[in-house]
Design a protein around this ligand. Structure first.
Ligand SMILES: *[C@@H]1O[C@H](CO)[C@@H](O)[C@H](O)[C@H]1NC(C)=O
Ligand SMILES: *[C@@H]1O[C@H](CO)[C@@H](O)[C@H](O)[C@H]1NC(C)=O
Length: 422
């Protein structure tokens, strides 16, 4: 949004508010207008190894407003780390809203599009993959197994992944990701101003041990009938049922004319399956009138649960950053917002992404059309290559299922995971 007629250079590190919503407190807002470079610090992380990627200040190849720029990863196989500082604050007794927009122009097949909030004192020049963070939020895509929105919360120096699956957008257009964390320890995750997931910090992360557990002392009562179906006592095996042979002699078979009993032995007709034979008898089943349902141990208070009413509190939030590894570059971040008012965030998303999305889609469709025309003109073989790709993708599905089940166990060993995936 370069058209707002303010001079952000005069207000480095200071919050710039788009709208006069009296109740909203905006801790950080970055629309990447002129002067953004004064507010953001590029890290030296991976520089020595020549693996630090360059950011491109651009509105991208397709957009809804060429003047509205953001920052885009511009080199393949590179690490990216950049951060901005804001006046330290605590979200105690406040709603915390963390929002940004991201566009993967490169048709991301493996890479992150998430951002981090960091706390305390951090050397921004050294910000990298090992720098502790408080919240990591946003989309992450890798092959077929990972297409999700991360929402990782750090509590007592341990990173906790959200346990619910929140699918992310996978197209090449801009989307707005919003994380809302409330003082009653509830949260919401929005994509493009639509709520995709919500719930409680207590149940959707394993930050604290569960409040209730199954009573380990409880035992299923002896007389508990948990058989849903029982054999029907009315259903009796018909007389002679077991005497019906499985096979019978073929009644239509005839002894061949030239059959010589002396030379060929006694002729016996071939056998065929007996149409009367219905397999071994099984008794019909009926609903058990005494069925009591599956037995479940009663839930009791977990003796290991100690409540922390500040479970949602990050007392020293001070930086926002992007720290990514990208195989293929082209991810564009924009409109970063940290505030205490979901309504404000919603309005900002409407004013930026909302106003531009149709034009961006049209520009993208145009670009795609051009690309396809070029491809079929230059190199008709290319379309074949794409078909092959699809085949390979389909194979990938198998791994997928495995990956998912693995992930359930990994929920707490987050960080390695995230980076392994990338
Ligand atoms: C920056 O992005 C623009 C728009 O996509 C592109 O034309 C330009 O080549 C990019 N520059 C670099 C250095 O990648
Ligand atoms: C914090 O972590 C330490 C070390 O892992 C552990 O001993 C302690 O119980 C944890 N405290 C809470 C409140 O979870």
């Amino acid at each position: 949004m370069a058209t707002k007629g303010r001079n952000p250079i005069l207000l480095p590190l200071v919050v710039l508010s788009l709208f006069a919503i009296a109740s909203a407190e905006v801790f950080f807002e970055e629309l990447f207008e002129d002067g953004w470079e004064n507010r953001w610090v590029k890290s030296d992380w991976k520089k020595d190894e020549k693996l630090a990627g360059e950011w491109n200040y651009t509105s991208g190849k397709w957009n809804g407003d060429p003047e509205d720029k953001g920052i885009q990863t511009s080199e393949d196989y590179r690490f990216y780390a950049i951060s901005a500082e804001f006046p330290e604050f605590s979200n105690k007794d406040k709603t915390l809203v963390f929002q940004f927009s991201v566009k993967h122009e490169q048709k991301l097949d493996c890479g992150g599009g998430y951002m981090k909030l960091l706390s305390g004192e951090i050397d921004q020049k050294k910000f990298g993959g090992d720098t502790p963070y408080s919240i990591m939020f946003g989309p992450d895509i890798c092959g077929y197994s990972t297409k999700k929105v991360h929402a990782i919360l750090t509590y007592n120096e341990t990173n906790h992944l959200i346990k619910k699956d929140v699918p992310c957008e996978t197209d090449q257009l801009t989307h707005v990701y919003t994380f809302i964390l409330r003082p009653d320890a509830t949260y919401s995750i929005l994509i493009d101003n639509v709520e995709k997931q919500s719930g409680s910090l207590y149940s959707d992360w394993s930050i604290l041990p569960p409040k209730k557990i199954k009573d380990p002392e409880a035992k299923k009562p002896e007389d508990w009938d948990d058989k849903e179906y029982i054999p029907d006592p009315e259903d009796k095996k018909p007389e002679g049922y077991d005497d019906i042979p499985k096979e019978i002699s073929d009644p239509d078979a005839k002894k061949p004319e030239d059959w010589d009993d002396e030379e060929d032995g006694e002729w016996t007709p071939p056998t065929i399956p007996n149409p009367e034979y219905k397999g071994p008898w099984t008794q019909k089943k009926i609903k058990n009138p005494n069925y009591k349902g599956k037995w479940k141990a009663p839930m009791i208070d977990n003796p290991d649960f100690k409540d922390d009413p500040d479970i949602y509190v990050f007392p020293k939030l001070k930086y926002v950053g992007v720290e990514l590894w990208q195989v293929k570059s082209g991810t564009l971040f924009d409109n970063v917002l940290i505030c205490d008012d979901p309504e404000y965030a919603k309005k900002l998303a409407e004013e930026t992404w909302g106003k531009q999305k149709d034009a961006e889609k049209a520009a993208f469709d145009e670009a795609e059309k051009k690309r396809e025309e070029e491809e079929s003109k230059d190199d008709p073989v290319d379309s074949d290559a794409e078909d092959k790709d699809d085949g390979a993708d389909a194979e990938g599905d198998d791994d997928d299922a495995e990956d998912k089940s693995d992930k359930q166990d990994d929920v707490d060993s987050v960080d390695e995971d995230v980076h392994d995936e990338l």
